[in-house]
Design a protein around this ligand. Structure first.
Ligand code: FES
Length: 601
């Protein structure tokens, strides 16, 4: 990266306690390795067991490579190669790379939902970083929840950290058309409507995932990758490089090298993850029509570093931020085309008047320094603020007596005519109830109905699955209905679409009013006005509340029981209450902690 010391490096220029060159931030790993008594002997010996001579680590930053590789996570299955590239960069810059595994979260195979385990993974990441002698860390994440989990853990550990996301998979081609995950949902509806044969459906299955890498549209994984760049937590340009493009390995090497510099500078997540960085990331998320899941993740990450980010900030920034990127599901292209049009730096350039360009990034330089000189020359993919693809308010936060603490709706993925809609509720108590009845020919549902699903929130499901795009009853699909207003305390896949009000808070399982709605109650959504209400008085709602006797059975043991006891609501980021905030300052960890020797000699 930079040839000259960064402003932060100069500010932190102090003597290394091991007598290394008198510049740079003291190395945390020295607490393990410096000295001649028994504990450092044991610690050094442990590294030498891995084949590293003393010269490989003495006076050198130890860089942890936090790898979420797993054969059960196709999106992250290329991370071993990526870690090798990072390793080369670390060695090139004079550091010692130590790769370590954590739990990994695969959206496709993991049940009941990866969101249940995001906080668990964040604990794994945080404690691994803190417990080992890392001077800095490279986070390798990709599939949806792996990225926020790593950011949350690294933010709480607050050891210097830089992230590299895995890049998008090679898009599938079906019937001569490049398809993303969003197309799959539409094909499923085609099958249900009888317009697509099972033979074609099987041909689709065979061709749907041609390579490793995360989903190729602007779903949650691509949104979070963009957000990592918007927050300043990766090198400029890293987010949108396709997984199978050699430029991803090239930038992985640069990320590894940069991690060594960061260790010497003492540049920590808390220096980068400022209120301004969150504003930048939210603005970017809105401009690309990003996933609503990112709202929850950003709230959680912010709380790890003590930034007072509120749900309403998303509505405020949305009211001034138009859609400037033509990418699915809000637009036409896939993320690969965004990369070829200049990637996230080009998008940030288009958004420059809305950004805090002085915000510090992991480069040690401000956002401004990572922007291209000229705007992108691909108006069909990246537009300007003056001539966007859609106007502002692509996302709205709604409140009212049905969602006192707020809910979100992705207006850019909704049917405009339904954004202000009044209709009678058709209520499903939980997912089994929905599956049992939504196609019942006697269900009193019309295109004007409002479909309601409850017991799908953080505590109720538990884990807040992506059930928010409730299926449209087949009878209506066959009549040509393509969208309806749907309301739930669930989440929705970033590749989904429809007029879906999500993350209703408090959820029904936390005594939220969603649990009190009955079939036929009139519900009024006015997304642009920011309201969601059921036409019942406070007295009527209270009367129904008094009549509620049944509460769902909570998990009896294990992580799920811990999760349900401690998970916060969606408007607070669904973190576990005892994980909010940071660990002890890594520079102040008492040296005695690292001298204790409990070996068996
Ligand atoms: Fe892993 Fe979409 S399934 S990113």
């Amino acid at each position: 990266m930079s040839d000259s010391p960064t402003p932060l490096a100069e500010e932190n220029a102090v003597t290394d306690e091991r007598g290394a060159p008198a510049q740079g931030h003291p190395l945390r790993s020295a607490k393990w390795f410096a000295g001649d008594d028994v504990p450092p002997f044991i610690h050094r010996s442990a590294l030498r067991a891995g084949g590293w001579p003393r010269s490989a680590f003495e006076g050198r930053p130890v860089v942890g490579i936090c790898n979420s590789w797993s054969e059960a996570v196709a999106c992250n299955m290329h991370f071993r190669g990526l870690a090798d590239s990072v390793r080369r960069g670390v060695l090139r810059a004079g550091g010692l790379p130590l790769e370590f595994p954590t739990i990994s979260l695969g959206e496709q195979l993991m049940k009941p939902t990866t969101m249940l385990f995001r906080n668990l993974m964040s604990m794994d990441v945080e404690e691994s970083i803190r417990a080992y002698p890392f001077d800095s860390v490279v986070l390798l994440g990709g599939c949806d929840k792996t990225t926020p989990a790593q950011l949350m853990g690294a933010a709480s550990a607050d050891v210097p950290a830089i992230m590299l996301t895995g890049g998008t998979a090679t898009p599938a081609v079906f019937n001569d058309r490049q398809i993303g995950v969003g197309n799959l949902w539409k094909y499923v509806d085609e099958v249900r409507a009888g317009r697509m044969s099972m033979a074609e459906y099987e041909r689709l299955e065979a061709s749907a995932s041609p390579s490793m890498g995360h989903c190729p549209d602007m779903g949650t994984a691509s949104t979070m990758a963009a957000i990592v760049e918007g927050l300043g937590m990766t090198l400029p340009g890293a987010a949108a490089i396709p997984a199978m493009d050699s430029r991803r390995m090239q930038i992985a090497e640069d990320v590894g090298a940069r991690a060594v510099e960061m260790a010497r500078e003492g540049l920590r997540p808390s220096h980068v993850l400022t209120p301004e960085a969150f504003d930048n990331a939210i603005t970017l998320m809105l401009a690309v029509g990003g996933s609503t899941n990112a709202v929850i993740h950003l709230l959680a990450i912010a709380r790890r570093v003590g930034v007072d980010l509120r749900l309403d900030r998303f509505h405020e920034l949305s009211s001034r931020t138009p859609l400037v990127v033509n990418v699915r599901p809000a637009g036409q292209h896939l993320v690969e085309q965004v990369f070829h049009a200049g990637g996230i730096p080009a998008v940030l350039k288009a958004l420059e008047p809305l950004l805090h360009v002085e915000a510090l990034t992991v480069t040690g330089r401000p956002v401004r320094d990572g922007l291209p000189e000229k705007p992108a020359d691909a108006p069909e993919v990246i537009a300007t603020l003056d001539a966007p693809f859609q106007g502002p308010q692509g996302l709205a936060v709604v409140r009212g007596n049905l969602a006192p603490n707020g809910a979100v709706i992705k207006c850019s993925a909704a049917t405009p005519e339904l954004l202000d809609h009044r209709g009678p509720a058709v209520v499903f108590d939980n997912m089994p109830d929905l599956l049992a009845r939504y196609d019942d020919p006697d269900l009193p549902v019309t295109a004007d109905s409002v479909l309601v699903l409850r017991s799908a929130g953080p505590k109720g499901a538990p884990g807040m699955p992506e059930w928010g795009q409730l299926p449209i009853p087949t009878r209506l699909l066959r009549e040509g209905v393509t969208d309806m207003v749907r309301i739930s305390d669930a989440r929705m896949s970033g590749t989904s679409f429809g007029t879906c009000v999500l993350h209703v808070s408090p959820e029904s399982a936390a005594d939220g009013p969603l649990g009190l709605v009955q079939d036929g109650d009139m519900i009024h959504l006015d997304a642009l006005a920011g309201t969601l209400s059921v036409e019942l008085t406070a007295a009527e709602l209270e009367q129904r509340r008094q009549a509620v006797t049944e509460t769902g059975a909570a998990p009896a043991r294990g992580y799920a029981a811990l999760y349900v006891d401690h998970v916060l609501q969606a408007n607070d980021g669904c973190d576990l209450d005892f994980l909010v905030g940071r660990s002890e300052d890594p520079d102040s960890e008492p040296k005695a902690l690292f001298r204790g020797w409990v070996g068996g000699w």
